[in-house]
Design a binder for this molecule. Structure first.
Ligand SMILES: Cc1cc2nc3c(=O)[nH]c(=O)nc-3n(C[C@H](O)[C@H](O)[C@H](O)COP(=O)(O)OP(=O)(O)OC[C@H]3O[C@@H](n4cnc5c(N)ncnc54)[C@H](O)[C@@H]3O)c2cc1C
Length: 428
């Protein structure tokens, strides 16, 4: 069957972490496909800064070990790892209670359980790779709407005040957690408002972090402190994610930096010594948003547009990456079988294979908030004993470690590179 001619093959709406990674994965693993990314933010691969200077205030993402393996498959890890701080230990505890559990990378035969990378650095690495792969990047431009056609989809794009249509076999919606397109296209979402906010800031401490990530559950909500800074030498810098209810957030934001450090000290304790500095604070309302169905003929949702999680367990982007690789695996198969990548059978298989991972990860993050965000005595007792049990039972601890390392979910068959090896772009 001759396929009808389209302007491009794959249209990606949104060039954030998910959309840009998908574009790179398709360019590397299904190079027969023409990819067009439409991004509303005016960032373009051909206007990249020459140098990267780590900034004290940059926001960062905890990448699980499994995500490192995916970036190796995309030929990006060797450059990304130049500024990715390894997490060698994870310490989970409950403020004022006896339960605690510790995970060590060496117990799992790896040199790290995961890594912390600045979002800005990840964006820069992705953009440079996309530019080298000659992916068509349209920005600032916005996908307004989409209609199905016999060849796939026709997308309405607004750029420089003008509207035009762009045709392709498939539209992937990667426009984030508040996805306007998802609503416009009529996907049904479920949103759970946690009534909490995540406060993000970089903090300095008198003690070095020793490459340890701390997950701490306090009466005002869970907090995470992730090791940050140099990949080679432990520093005094950590990335803070602190969950706070609306009033507590407003009160905290009204304080001076010294007072914020004191509050933090009181909640976190002294495992990293004294908090000496807190950087620029960003905050986000916390919601769990998921969809029942992530595909339609010609359309698939990925990343936060498909599932936006509470950030305390650091799972959102890691889950997104596994989903992207599952989608690319289906694109590879469709091309090999001479099918359109927008066929429902192709996209439906992505949804079927990714669904279990996404449901388990949503449950895992959600239950951390529900169990550990409670100060009721029976629940607090249960979580104390749970943490102790987690520490004592090797099976339970292995399960928890697999979740943290992002190695528990299904591995797309396209993902065939052994950890520690990287596929050079030319080998693919
Ligand atoms: C506070 C916080 C901390 C987090 N920490 C972690 C962590 O440690 N580990 C982890 O794995 N995950 C973490 N996450 C989750 C992670 O940040 C997200 O999973 C990830 O950023 C999702 O990327 P995305 O590309 O789907 O969405 P976004 O980053 O929101 O990108 C969407 C893009 O689409 C563009 N866009 C929007 N509408 C249109 C349109 N109509 N047309 C064209 N472009 C459009 C936007 O400009 C944007 O660039 C955290 C999240 C938060 C909020």
């Amino acid at each position: 069957m001759t396929k009808a001619r389209t302007d491009t093959d794959l249209i990606i709406a949104g060039g954030g972490l998910a959309g840009a990674t998908l574009a790179l994965a398709v360019a590397r693993l299904v190079p027969e496909l023409r990819v067009t990314v439409v991004e509303s933010f005016p960032l373009s691969p051909d206007a990249l800064p020459e140098d990267y200077q780590p900034s004290y205030d940059a926001r960062s993402t905890a990448l699980a070990w499994g995500s490192r393996v995916i970036f190796e498959q995309l030929g990006l890890w060797s450059v990304l790892s130049e500024h990715a701080t390894p997490i060698r230990r994870i310490h989970v505890s409950d403020r004022g209670r006896f339960g605690a559990t510790r995970l060590q990378a060496q117990d799992h035969g790896q040199d790290a359980l995961g890594y912390v990378a600045d979002n800005r650095w990840m964006g820069l690495c992705l953009m440079r790779a996309l530019m080298a792969a000659e992916v068509n990047w349209q920005a600032p431009a916005e996908v307004m709407d989409m209609v199905p056609t016999t060849a796939g989809v026709s997308v309405r794009v607004r750029q420089n005040g003008e509207e035009r249509s762009l045709t392709g076999q498939c539209l992937v919606v990667a426009d984030g957690g508040r996805s306007g397109l998802r609503e416009k296209l009529g996907f049904v979402t479920r949103t759970e408002d946690y009534g909490q906010n995540a406060l993000i800031a970089n903090v300095s401490t008198s003690e070095v972090h020793q490459f340890t990530a701390f997950e701490r559950f306090t009466d005002s909500g869970p907090m995470a402190l992730l090791p940050h800074g140099s990949p080679a030498q432990a520093e005094n810098l950590s990335a803070l994610v602190w969950t706070l209810e609306d009033d507590a957030l407003a009160n905290l934001l009204a304080l001076s930096d010294d007072e914020k450090c004191q509050q933090l000290q009181e909640r976190f304790g002294w495992r990293l010594g004294r908090f000496t500095r807190i950087g620029e604070c960003h905050h986000y309302p916390l919601k769990l948003t998921t969809v029942d169905e992530a595909v339609r003929p010609g359309v698939a949702l990925v990343g936060n547009a498909a599932h936006a999680l509470h950030p305390v367990a650091g799972q959102g982007f890691n889950l997104a990456l596994r989903g992207l690789m599952t989608l690319v695996e289906q694109f590879r198969r469709a091309v090999d079988e001479g099918k359109s990548i927008g066929e429902l059978s192709v996209l439906g298989e992505y949804q079927r294979l990714h669904r279990q991972d996404w449901q388990h990860t949503v449950q895992f993050s959600d239950s951390l908030i529900r169990v550990f965000g409670q100060s009721l005595a029976p629940i607090a007792f249960a979580r104390d004993t749970g943490l102790v049990g987690l520490d004592l039972l090797p099976g339970a601890k292995r399960w928890f470690a697999r979740k943290a390392m992002g190695t528990g979910g299904r591995k797309p068959v396209i993902a065939s590179v052994k950890p520690g090896k990287e596929l050079a772009p030319d080998d693919q």
